[in-house]
Design a protein around this ligand. Structure first.
Ligand SMILES: *[C@@H]1O[C@H](CO)[C@@H](O)[C@H](O)[C@H]1NC(C)=O
Ligand SMILES: *[C@@H]1O[C@H](CO)[C@@H](O)[C@H](O)[C@H]1NC(C)=O
Length: 617
């Protein structure tokens, strides 16, 4: 509960959010509109001046209350200066998503290209492909903006934390376990999104802004009672230097990312968003970071509420802004910055410092140059979203990521003309949304593997076998009956977001529930060896398939995106030769004896600690 005096301090910022909507709707979604007569008097509108000078001019015109209003992910408009509101939070992990607040697929553009989840794209080991996907995402983002469906152009991707533990629910979002690989991914993706060339030569202006997250050593969500909101990652200087930091260093130095997100967790006892050594000395100082730093959502409030790291909310706000964070995802800073100043914990200069970074990014995006129609990216049209080129790229990425894990006596590929009947079995065979993983937007189109296979083989029949991937109620009998009556059998098994997701890590590595039993029962009765397709982000222990001669071929397809169903069928029927390689170690189930909280990379034979990733395990 809030005291009365605290409530009084909040009044100025509350007023700002209650401006009549008639005023708001009169502001176009960009600053420095030439039809506004004041525009020519504002230095901050003069596109020929250096950004720093324009930013300083703008900040000098703001009241303290207006300044504070800009420190949350939903920055309200400042009508008297012709500034529209700005939404800092948008997502574009593997396609422009509507998971944040800035993107709306409710106008003439109702869908965007949904590329494979990152862990599968990573398996192509192809930086040029990663760049081209970033480029397509930047283009679709601009098209959405030009169509009036983006209230921001700052995207909180890529996720480049090292996939350190196979149970991590968000490992699927990352390019895997190797620091060099994650670095190369970060560089390629960021250059593509932001409009730089593949080699890194800067374009004429920022196309969209990418954000290296989650800075740093964040890779636990919720495991065995440990929550990301309060986890203290104990990391050695050596592991920090040669495992956790390299992707971020590359993302900033070579990718020239314009955003960084500090994480929820602490590193060695200090919340990352409150760590000036990390944000200011390392990122801005040593690496030359030029951009804005956002907190993860509510990561400032957790410093006080979950971590009890500060005595008051005001201290949490002051410590993060002084450390170098610029904007808070959430309303916490907007709520407590005024009282922090009144209590002498924060100065207006601390706020000006943050605002300089925030407005500089908005200006570099061209949002203070009048109508974007006349700007650098003004001619990117709605037709470029879901263009055939982008949709083909989504197919290419899915094809190139798919990994052939087993192929007994060259069982694959199948020849279409020789398959007279096909049995498709499994909980992942006919669900379009599971193909997209997480952080997706509405896809241009999406066909399930079953739908595509029905086009390849007329006589295709389907039994799910398990109601869900959890597979605690199964229909093995039905599946066995189907398997024994058809020419060939393809099983679609694995995981989905109900068992590995954000805020939810796995407890073990086996296939859930009765999946294994379904697979072996079906394989036993099938006329020929069966084909097993695993759709999952994190690894599963399927060592039982190794010596089972009734399981002819095994494919891993990650979460393959909108074109994933087609890509898998093309691989099965020999129209594409699978060349993907796993970007992470598939550990045996026995690995779960290792506490997920143990951040050490290197093995310690004396205590039985096995080490992590192909480098040390
Ligand atoms: C789309 O959604 C946004 C956010 O909810 C809303 O402000 C906007 O008016 C909507 N546009 C249309 C055309 O419905
Ligand atoms: C199966 O799992 C679901 C999801 O965890 C649960 O709601 C349901 O009660 C379970 N059913 C059985 C038969 O155990």
């Amino acid at each position: 509960m809030r005291t009365q005096s605290e409530a009084l301090l909040l009044i100025p910022s509350i007023l700002l959010f209650l401006l009549p909507s008639s005023i708001l709707s009169s502001i176009p979604p960009f600053s420095c509109d030439t039809s506004n007569p004041s525009t020519k008097d504002y230095l901050f509108c003069k596109a020929t001046l250096p950004i720093e000078q324009r930013v300083d001019d703008l900040i000098s015109r703001l009241s303290l209350v207006e300044k504070i209003s800009q420190l949350g992910d939903r920055a309200p408009p400042i009508p008297r200066l012709g500034l529209p509101g700005y939404k800092w939070w948008s997502e574009a992990l593997h396609g422009v998503s509507d998971a944040g607040r800035g993107i709306h697929y409710n106008g003439s553009i109702s869908a965007g290209t949904s590329f494979p989840q990152v862990i599968l794209t990573a398996a192509s080991f192809n930086p040029l492909l990663w760049y081209r996907i970033g480029e397509a995402i930047g283009t679709e983002a601009r098209a959405l903006y030009n169509a009036g469906q983006a209230e921001g152009l700052t995207f909180w991707a890529p996720n480049i934390n090292i996939f350190r533990d196979p149970r991590w629910g968000r490992g699927q979002e990352t390019p895997g376990e190797d620091p060099l690989m994650a670095s190369r991914y970060a560089i390629s993706y960021v250059r593509g999104v932001q409009g730089d060339s593949y080699q890194g030569d800067g374009g004429a202006g920022l196309k969209a802004s990418a954000c290296c997250k989650h800075f740093t050593a964040y890779d636990i969500d919720r495991w065995n009672g440990v929550l990301r909101y309060s986890f203290n990652a104990k990391v050695s200087v050596q592991d920090l230097e040669d495992t956790y930091q390299p992707p971020f260093k590359s993302c900033v130095e070579q990718g020239r990312a314009t955003g960084i997100m500090c994480s929820y967790n602490q590193v060695n006892g200090v919340p990352t968003c409150a760590d000036s050594n990390l944000l200011t000395k390392t990122a801005r100082g040593l690496w030359g970071f030029y951009g804005y730093i956002t907190s993860d959502c509510d990561a400032v409030s957790v410093i006080y509420t979950n971590q009890k790291y500060t005595r008051t909310p005001e201290d949490a706000v002051a410590i993060t802004l002084k450390a170098g964070m610029d904007v808070n995802c959430g309303e916490y800073v907007q709520k407590y910055a005024y009282s922090a100043i009144k209590q002498g914990k924060l100065s207006e200069n601390d706020i000006n410092r943050a605002l300089r970074n925030l407005f500089a990014v908005r200006m570099r995006l061209g949002l203070f140059n009048g109508s974007p129609k006349h700007g650098l990216y003004g001619d990117i049209a709605s037709e470029q979203v879901c263009s055939s080129a982008h949709q083909y790229l989504a197919l290419e990425a899915a094809r190139d990521g798919i990994v052939l894990l087993k192929n007994l006596e060259q069982f694959l590929p199948l020849s279409k003309s020789k398959v007279s009947s096909l049995g498709v079995i499994g909980p992942n065979a006919n669900r379009a949304s599971m193909l997209l993983g997480n952080y997706y937007g509405p896809p241009c189109k999406s066909n399930t593997p079953l739908q595509v296979l029905q086009n390849y083989v007329k006589n295709t029949r389907f039994v799910a076998g398990c109601d869900t991937v959890i597979c605690n109620t199964s229909h093995i009998d039905e599946a066995v009956k189907l398997a024994s009556s058809v020419d060939y059998v393809i099983l679609f098994m694995g995981l989905d977001q109900t068992v590995e997701r954000e805020d939810f890590d796995r407890e073990d590595l086996a296939l859930p529930g009765m999946q294994q039993s379904l697979i072996t029962s079906v394989a036993r009765v099938a006329k020929r060896p069966v084909i097993l397709v695993l759709l999952c982000g994190g690894p599963v222990d399927v060592s039982f398939v190794k010596d089972d001669e009734k399981i002819g071929s095994v494919l891993w397809g990650g979460y393959p995106g909108e074109a994933g169903g087609l890509a898998i069928a093309e691989v099965i029927f020999g129209e594409h030769n699978p060349g993907g390689r796993l970007p992470l170690t598939w550990y045996p189930q026995d690995f779960i004896r290792v506490p997920m909280t143990d951040m050490r990379m290197r093995a310690d034979p004396a205590s039985g600690y096995p080490g992590r990733t192909y480098r040390f395990y």
